[in-house]
Design a binder for this molecule. Sequence first.
Ligand code: SF4
Length: 301
Amino acid sequence: MTFNTSTRRSERLPAWLRRKIPLATESSRIEGAVRRRDLHTICREGLCPNRAECYAKGKGTFMMLGDVCTRGCRFCSVTKGAPEAPDRAEPEKIADASSELGLSHVIVTSVTRDDLSDGGASWFAAVIGELHALDPAPVVEVLVPDFGGDLKALDTVLDAEPDIFSHNMETVRRLYPEIRKGADYDRSLLLLSEAKKRKKEVLTKSSFMLGLGETTKEIFEALGDLIYAGVDFAALGQYLQPGLDQALVDRYLSPEEFSEIGNRGRAMGFLEVTAGPLVRSSYQENRMGVRRKDGRTMPAG
Ligand code: SF4
């Protein structure tokens, strides 16, 4: 499939994707805490349609290591280019903001930093440590880049003991060269399978955006690859074009199609599959009743 930006169809969003963004004071509370500390959230940088809802539930996903990425994924609105030197105080600031906001489940992700020798792994280890030191300790989920396939960087993150280790496959194997420049399908799978092999107790997770041109057969082949890699949770949502420079939507899957994919995915053996038009890798992350470091289990919901 080729993306010819000028000629592809642009359609009004289907009804199930249109949503009112409620004016939530919560947005300003979370964004205030983030801005005061010079932090970033993928919610804001990625123009996520769910952010008002997540904010209202006291959830947010912090984006570390700046807001400039060394990669150029065609679906992503994050700025590409030469990043600045990372802020060594960022892990502590994220824990501080999480504590102020009373977050019970903290997700930390980052842009890809191919310019750093460990791809930023030591920052992930530091932020996990800072969050585990909070009382009460939140569930800590890290959504990591592929670290260029560096398994020593993977160990650095795993040794810090995150509760959930996430790495997104984003799309199916055939679309990688076009959609995920600089990434490698098998390398991403290896990161997930090695994470499970090296730390059996860590929960692993991955997610896909659908509507980029993949076939239904390819979706289930990709889910099969995740099962083979020992992945516990999968999330599948509708790709939405964040800006004119990004890839066009090939099609909008109906809620019924997502529900069917979810049912078949669960039957494949995942602990949980979350599938729906507005599902994002960190949306509704608490459906799973994840156990915190202090042994208490997060209520599903
Ligand atoms: S790696 Fe791709 S998806 Fe992630 S921030 Fe960079 S461009 Fe966006």
